[in-house]
Design a protein. Structure first.
Lengths: 542, 123
């Protein structure tokens, strides 16, 4: 197999699968001027290459008669993994057997090249097929973007609504995001354990979305009681408890009662303070009388409250929080749910420590997976998701290793993300919600800088999005000059008005620029800390 | 490719072997390419595979070798080799090894003739 790394990126890549070297060489000789070529000597190799490079391959030229896994075997795999939906296949055939041709067509083959090879026909068939599919891919991406946009608008409304609630509660915007993440992980774990709750992907996705509205009833609770620092009186507590019934009532008054999202939201709003032993409120439901959605959100709510700082308590560690829940110190839960918490606790811990996805494409696109899958024959998800995930990983990686202080700010979540190394160095979280009021951040970059930056951003436009600002950083008492270079990011709404969605930028040091290189390279990913390399600049230069 | 091969040499080879020179030129369009793949045809292991698998009565492998030989010979315009290989191939496809064995000598004779001519052409 030829290494793909030597590829010319301006050319499309085709995979040639043939057990006869001479056939491959002849096709390569004909096609290599216009295409990057990958070779497979049999079906097994072809499938292995597709598994790695499916997103890069524009066409497969496939011999049918091969040892081990033959051409039909390759087609079977391409159907199984749905590559056939976006990678065209041209069969090489010496056979005019109609049954063979029909079977190939039925398995998704686009065209045939007959032997003996004719240069002109080989080139034309390959060119035409690649072009045709390139158009189709473009269309698929357009449709995917369209769906993504719709979905984003819907999510935005839910996000705004839940932030309004949290704002009044004096909670950070991260609470809703965290509950969503924990709910999603727990539901997936439950679905792995049992089918008794019928949690399909769509159902789970709905519950995650609905979880954002669990405390919506609190907007009718007196703010002074909600944010009272001291102990609540019995009356005050009774008053707060009504947020469940009120939330339910609010959601029962909106139209579209049969909408699954509204239905799930109603359940969660009313019953997320019920207890499995029947001693919760408002209805004292017991066991599985409480819908699974509310059971899961209740647990997520408790976990996030324990691990977050509150006026009346410090933030407990993940381990301590899980221990307290398992000991029954924070309510009573479904034993299955507790089992799932234990099973999924590492994932929960990792996901919550991840920086917010400012380029929110992957997570959001994951949420629309079922929507796209329902549109038959337009299975773009795997392809698009794969591409987006790769982009996200690349971005994440280069942010970590470049040692320029790269940052991004998401306006919808009012969240600033910075690399792990910088977070450790400046002792601020990787994901800073409400950054303009973060004391540590103000100490590091200075209030003037934040104000100056805010003003500069306010003056940017989609046509003039760049900002440059010189300032002095306070690196734990060590001061040095830096320059911020940033670009504001814009999206167009339905009326074609540009909306600021956030900004990205870098902070460059104007002195001792190699100093930051000494921090260890680390990625925060779903798989915990990964040390990639641990060399200082001196060693690299040797 | 090293030095270009004179057109006359390639043409002469096809005259000696009785190959379809016009057809090959029309399809592959390039003398150097034809010269390169003619030698590759002689090095292709399918013929040897066919002979050894016929001897060891491994009919499935023999079928695949005959099928490949038929294809590559046809690509290079060695029509008689291709047709002889095709007959062997079809006999094996029809699960008739006795017929395949009967048909094999004609293929052997024709292949050897072409292979020898290519060996001479190489020098």
């Amino acid at each position: 197999m030829r290494p793909i790394a030597t590829n010319d990126t301006t050319k499309n890549t085709i995979l040639i699968v043939d057990d006869t070297k001479m056939n491959r060489d002849l096709l390569i000789d004909i096609l290599e001027d216009k295409y990057n070529i990958l070779e497979a000597e049999d079906g097994e190799q072809a499938i292995a290459i597709l598994q790695q490079h499916a997103a890069e391959i524009s066409l497969v030229v496939l011999d049918m008669v091969m040892p081990k896994v033959d051409g039909f075997g390759v087609l079977e795999a391409m159907n199984k993994y749905r590559w056939i939906q976006y990678i065209p296949v041209i069969c090489i055939s010496t056979q005019d057997d109609p049954e063979f041709i029909e079977r190939s067509y039925n398995m998704g083959v686009t065209d045939f090249i007959n032997r003996p090879f004719d240069e002109l026909i080989v080139i034309r068939r390959v060119d035409n097929t690649v072009k045709l599919y390139a158009k189709q891919r473009q269309l698929m991406n357009m449709v995917a973007n369209e769906i993504l946009e719709k979905e984003r608008n819907g999510n935005l409304m839910v996000t705004i609504l839940s932030h309004v609630v949290e704002f009044r509660n004096g909670e950070s915007g991260m609470h809703v995001i965290n509950i969503g993440k924990i709910t999603e992980i727990l539901l997936a774990e439950i679905a792995k354990h049992t089918s008794q709750y019928h949690l399909s992907y769509t159902d789970r996705d709905l519950i995650v979305k609905a979880s954002a509205l669990h405390d919506i009833g609190k907007i009718s609770i007196d703010e002074h009681i909600l944010n009272k620092p001291g102990k609540l009186t019995d009356d005050e507590f009774e008053h707060i408890k009504t947020h469940t019934v009120i939330g339910h009532q609010m959601l029962a008054d909106v139209p579209f009662q049969e909408e699954p999202l509204i239905k799930a939201s109603r359940e969660i709003a009313r019953w997320h303070h019920e207890r499995y032993d029947g001693r919760g409120y408002p209805d004292g439901l017991k066991g599985d009388e409480i819908p699974i959605s509310a059971q899961v959100v209740a647990l997520a709510d408790v976990y996030d409250a324990l691990t977050s700082e509150r006026v009346y308590k410090p933030a407990f560690s993940h381990e301590k929080a899980v221990q307290m829940i398992l000991n029954g110190e924070c309510g009573s839960f479904n034993p299955l749910l507790l089992e799932c918490l234990v099973e999924a606790q590492d994932t929960i811990q990792q996901e919550l420590s991840k920086p917010g996805q400012v380029f929110d494409s992957f997570e959001e696109l994951q949420a629309i997976t079922p929507a796209i899958q329902n549109t038959e024959s337009l299975d773009v998800t795997e392809y698009v998701l794969g591409q987006l995930d790769t982009e996200r990983q690349k971005n994440h990686f280069s942010a970590e290793v470049s040692r320029e202080l790269q940052f991004d700010y998401n306006a919808a979540f009012d969240t600033l993300s910075i690399p792990v190394w910088a977070s450790k160095r400046f002792e601020v979280p990787t994901s800073i919600s409400n950054p303009t009021e973060n004391e540590k951040l103000i100490e590091v970059v200075g209030a003037d800088t934040i104000e100056g930056l805010r003003e500069a951003i306010r003056q940017t436009t989609p046509h003039d999005p760049l900002i440059r600002l010189d300032f002095t950083i306070n690196d734990n008492g060590d001061r040095y000059d830096c320059t911020i270079v940033a670009k504001s990011l814009w999206a167009y709404d339905d009326e074609d008005e540009a909306q600021l969605t956030g900004y990205i930028g870098k902070i460059l040091r104007r002195d001792k620029p190699s100093d930051w290189l000494e921090a260890p390279f680390e990625l925060s990913s779903g798989h915990g800390t990964t040390y990639i390399h641990n060399v200082t600049p001196e060693e690299t230069s040797n | 490719m090293a030095n270009p091969v004179p057109t006359e040499c390639v043409e002469a080879l096809y005259q000696v072997t009785g190959g379809d020179y016009e057809g090959v030129v029309a399809r592959l369009r390039n003398n150097d390419r034809i010269a390169k793949f003619v030698t590759m045809f002689a090095d292709d292991p399918s013929y040897q595979n066919l002979i050894s698998n016929m001897e060891s009565q491994n009919w499935e492998e023999a079928f695949r070798a005959a099928h490949t030989l038929k294809g590559v010979a046809r690509d290079m315009g060695f029509i008689v080799v291709s047709e002889n290989a095709s007959e062997v191939c079809e006999a094996l496809r029809a699960n008739n090894p006795d017929l395949a064995k009967e048909l094999l000598p004609a293929l052997q004779e024709e292949y050897t003739r072409v292979a020898e001519a290519i060996a001479a052409f190489r020098q």
